[in-house]
Design a protein around this ligand. Structure first.
Ligand SMILES: [Ca+2]
Length: 451
């Protein structure tokens, strides 16, 4: 009997090893795909050919940024080989990294496209995973103080859950950069799957936002964004005249409190009597207890009447806003000098990959790149997950078989066990039925177990 048991165990191990050898793993030619796509874009980084940070990607030396960066395959990447991503490593730290283009990118010619992939080790609790495209900057000193032209990507913390789309325009009247944020941004995809975010800003001030290659938002760069100057503003010099009356209602001076108005809230209880055993020497002088006055009417207030002197609500007069300007070609954004990631995260393991900067006219090429990279990876991961589940199922079945073997061996064991069995027998029929049902379900869909 024992030998048979060992034989079954050995066979199942062999079967398991054989099936494991057939694990569906896709090996993508990441370098080839990226090299091929380079010509379509101004800049593309896929990280897959690197073992450590490429020298073009500079971790900031600013002391506030203690987070580390690494090039790794990352977690939740089963089913695909040869792919590496850039990962922000630490929780509760600021992370800053950037790459500076050799020559600045000018979106005023053919618009702008930004696309990149994210992959998280776990659902985000509080983290930003967005990009910033900075104005001229020094990578070694890169920080949140550097001015950016566009900020784009997921941000999740508490009630905040959005894909930021923010761009900055230099106000020609004030010479100050003004921020314009998408008024109704879409929510992020918060799971451990890879996701790809695409933003296209182009001619006629049109924009389009894609998540995983699907269009999620289209609109106008002026109408759908906030932060615009009003044409007229309140005159800061205009002050409310001292004799201005803006009280619409006043108390009626003619109104008088009625003589029988009762304002006493508590009164002495007239019906109370001194207890017979009251001892003045010991208990002190007896006093009637206080009770709520049944005639109490509350505080008296004179009634309100229209104020005869009322002029109306005072408002300062409007003047022309000197900062106001009409931004007709909003899409012609200022020059972009690189790509930066400048984030605070409470979640370790934020992955970035396939960062693309290009013109709005490269939209089709960018969507095609998604098909060749993100989609292949997503499908490979799905296939691997299904295979893994199948493995676990087979393993659980084998375990169940060997368990029933050992159960039959231990049938004749200690009395205490048979006692507890008889207790089970004394349970109501309903309960027994429930137990049987659960067992059936378990047979059909085995629990996932650790290897
Ligand atoms: Ca990669």
């Amino acid at each position: 009997m024992k030998y048979l048991f060992i034989l079954v165990l050995l066979l199942s191990v062999v079967a398991f090893c054989e099936e494991e050898a057939q694990a569906p793993v896709v090996t993508l030619d990441h370098k080839g795909i990226a090299d091929n796509a380079q010509k379509d874009f101004f800049s593309l980084t896929s990280f897959s050919t690197y073992d450590k940070l490429p020298k073009e990607w500079v971790v900031t030396k600013n002391k506030d940024y203690k987070g580390e960066w690494k090039i790794e395959a990352g977690e939740n990447a089963n089913g695909i080989e040869g792919d590496k991503i850039l990962i922000a490593q630490n929780e509760a730290r600021k992370h800053g990294i950037s790459t500076k283009f050799e020559k600045a990118f000018d979106p005023s010619e053919d618009g702008l496209l930004i696309q990149y992939e994210t992959r998280f080790n776990k659902q985000l609790t509080c983290a930003g995973a967005y990009l910033k495209l900075p104005q001229d900057f020094k990578p070694k000193k890169f920080s949140g103080d550097d001015n950016y032209i566009v900020m784009f990507g997921p941000d999740k913390c508490g009630g905040t859950n959005k894909v930021h789309v923010i761009y900055k325009r230099l106000n020609p009247n004030t010479e100050e950069w003004e921020e314009h944020a998408l008024i109704n941004p879409p929510s992020i995809k918060n799971d451990v799957e890879p996701h790809v975010y695409t933003l296209v800003l182009g001619k006629e001030n049109k924009f389009e936002l894609f998540i995983d290659g699907e269009s999620k938002k289209t609109g106008d760069l002026i109408d759908d964004f906030d932060g615009w100057q009003e044409e007229e503003i309140d005159d800061p010099e205009d002050k409310k005249p001292e004799d201005w009356v803006d009280e619409a209602m006043i108390e009626d001076p003619e109104d008088e409190k009625p003589e029988d108005w009762v304002e006493e809230e508590m009164i002495e209880d007239e019906n109370a009597e001194e207890p017979e055993d009251w001892d003045e020497d010991e208990d002190g002088e007896w006093e009637r207890p206080m009770i709520a006055n049944p005639d109490y009417k509350g505080d008296w207030k004179p009634k309100k009447i229209d104020n005869p002197d009322y002029i109306g609500e005072w408002k300062p007069k409007k003047i022309k806003n000197e900062a106001y300007y009409v931004d007709e070609d909003t899409w012609k954004l200022s020059k972009i000098f690189g790509v930066g990631i400048e984030i605070w995260t409470m979640d370790a393991g934020l992955g970035f990959d396939n960062l693309i900067v290009g013109t709005a006219t490269s939209k089709d090429a960018a969507l095609e790149y998604i098909e060749k990279t993100w989609k292949v990876r997503k499908e490979a991961q799905k296939d691997y997950k299904e295979w893994e589940e199948e493995q676990n199922k087979t393993e659980t079945e084998t375990e169940t078989d060997s368990e029933s073997e050992s159960e039959s061996e231990s049938d004749s064991e200690s009395e205490s066990e048979s006692e507890s069995e008889s207790e089970t027998e004394s349970e109501t029929e309903e309960e027994v039925e429930e137990v049987e049902e659960v067992e059936e379900v378990e047979e059909k869909k085995p629990e996932k177990k650790e290897l």
